[in-house]
Ligand binder design. Sequence first.
Ligand code: BGC
Length: 743
Amino acid sequence: MELTIEQQLSAISHEAIRAKSKNEIQQLANELLQKMTLTEKIGQLFQLAPPEANVEGLKWEHSESNASAQLISAGKVGSILSVVDSSTIFKLQKLAVENSRLGIPLFFAADMIHGCRTGFPINLAMACSFDPELIEKSCQQIAYEIAHTGLNLTFSPMVDLVRDPRWGRVMESNGEDPYLNSQLAAAYVRGYQQGDFSANYSVAACCKHFAAYGAIEGGREYNTVDMSERELRQHYLPGYKACADAGVASFMTSFNIYDGVPATANKFLLRDILRNEWQYQGFAISDYTSSYEMLDHKTAKDEEDVALQCILAGLDHEMVSTSYLNHLENLVNAGKVSLDLINEAVLRMLQFKFQIGLFDNPYKHIYANPEQYMRNSETLELAHQVALESVVLLKNSHDLLPLSKQGKKIALIGPFANSNQVVGAWGSLAKDAECVSLLTGISSLVGADALLCTAGCAINDQDRSGFAEALELAKQADVVILAFGEDQNMSGEAKSRAYLNIPGVQNELALAIKALNKPMVSIIFSGRPLELGWYAEHSDALLQAWFLGNESGNALASLLFGDANPSAKLAMSFPYTVGQIPVYYNQYKTGRPSPTGDYSLFRSCFIDVPNYPLFPFGFGLSYSNFEYKNLKISEKTLVAAQQLIVSVELCNTGVVAGTEVVQLYIECANFSVVRPLRELKAFRRVFLEKNSCKIVEFTLTQQDLAYYNIDMKFTPENRNYVIYVGGSSQATLNANFSYSGEG
Ligand code: BGC
């Protein structure tokens, strides 16, 4: 009698797999390669998104007439995209292992970018924690969940540097700074992969989108990227390089062009930089049909040309589109593509599969009842901790926050007051229904008695019929909390916005409530920096909540009532208005700087808005009060390979303990090319009890001063530098030193 799927899944062994050495893996892959036909080789270069699996809750039935099943059985598929249900994964894998001639297992990949079943804050929010350790730990837990779904690889981290909040995908990023981006990129990779691909609890990562996707013009999705090689190398590449250095399993190309060439077939990016300069050994996959899009870019004349250009450029694995599947064989037979080139790509794919242990156990991540491994208390606690560290306190006049738990009537108003729609875009398997709303979070902390709650309006329509009730509740309250923002579906892929306002009639409602003159706290939910000028001026306290995932309401309640103290800092500047964009802290120096950043005739500025943002990178308040003093540097001149020790005294003069993100920036006084006004070089989260001080030390080396100079050499040059240390990119405490390359 045939076993049921459940029984088959229960019978899968999850014995530990022995990690193999690089040599062993190469040898195994080489031996297998010898046995493969050209068709089978090309099959390994294709990632299929089975149409049957992508509809109706990912149902997939095994039938001979099924095209995907035929392809898999014929050994023409290397991996599967976005099937996230273990029994479907099992069926597909069984087909590959039992029906295809060589039984080469498939690998399974999907986007689990800020959590798997447990919803963590969106990535831009996590970046505001400036806490690589916590992100690494979180990714370990996320990997644990993913490793029980049947998946082998997650398409994360996205390390595209971003400077334009109109782009919906800034929510997936680590923000605008290359150094922070690199630190977090490596943390993601370490967390997912845990230095052992073959482990039962780790997953392979994919660094995306290579390269410079974050720089699309006007923030318009899938648009053009055009920048100098210096800019690319200096600011955009470090995040990807950090992934490569951390041993990321794979790279994904981007939808954009670089220097006129689509990234998917960009030899300069894929061969010259990734393979030759960085000596990267993992595989490169295209983005969803990005290879085909060369037909629309008009750089390929037909599908065969697409395949030719991609393989020549060094693309190993094609996602969804089928130019390799349909044309590589002919190209080889016609002598236009060498077998060596095919073998090179196939070997990378086989090595990956050996590395992650699929040949030892093709079903290694598949479990009968995956749900029991999900949302365990440790993971939820981490999601809670990350949420606490993600919320940025932007204003707190007269210490309105934290609110007292007793004696005050609170009106909680806005479309996010009682909403659990806060998983954020790319929510993977996390469910809105499992997110704690603000109302639930506050009620469970301080009880429901003191709370009055209504939406007042929807996020994005013109209906004002709820205003009257909202105003009535606000009148009865001692404090009003507004929970406003943009819908979670207004950010993410293909969600570019030209306006960065809080949508619908929310601003009108805010105005009407403000007229009541009550103490007002505004909490903003969004996937990107929005224009918050009015809220910054008219709220007594302002919190940027992003989308925090499962623990949203609990974390916000803890922060509002002082059980936790905000510590997050903005990973991306908040503009006054769209017209300022791009506005980011590490902009280049100009020949006619405005002395204050405000209007000044014949200076580089606007007549109607300042140069600086509403809230700069690195900014964020705390309920503690941090003071910086006694900035010291160990040497007046940093000589060649020596170190410079920078120390500063940080004091918490406030009434509660708290954590400050101490940031160190440098400014180069002059250089052979124009450098940014400031560059972040180090940061550290420092916890301080009230009324206490600590000396915080940083070590700088010549590497921290280096920059791509006029000859495109990454070098510090013999120059003068200024160091700024403080709690934001506008820190003023400074010291000078010079660098001398002569040792
Ligand atoms: C996105 C990628 C994603 C892929 C697979 C694409 O549309 O750009 O980031 O990994 O889809 O889901």
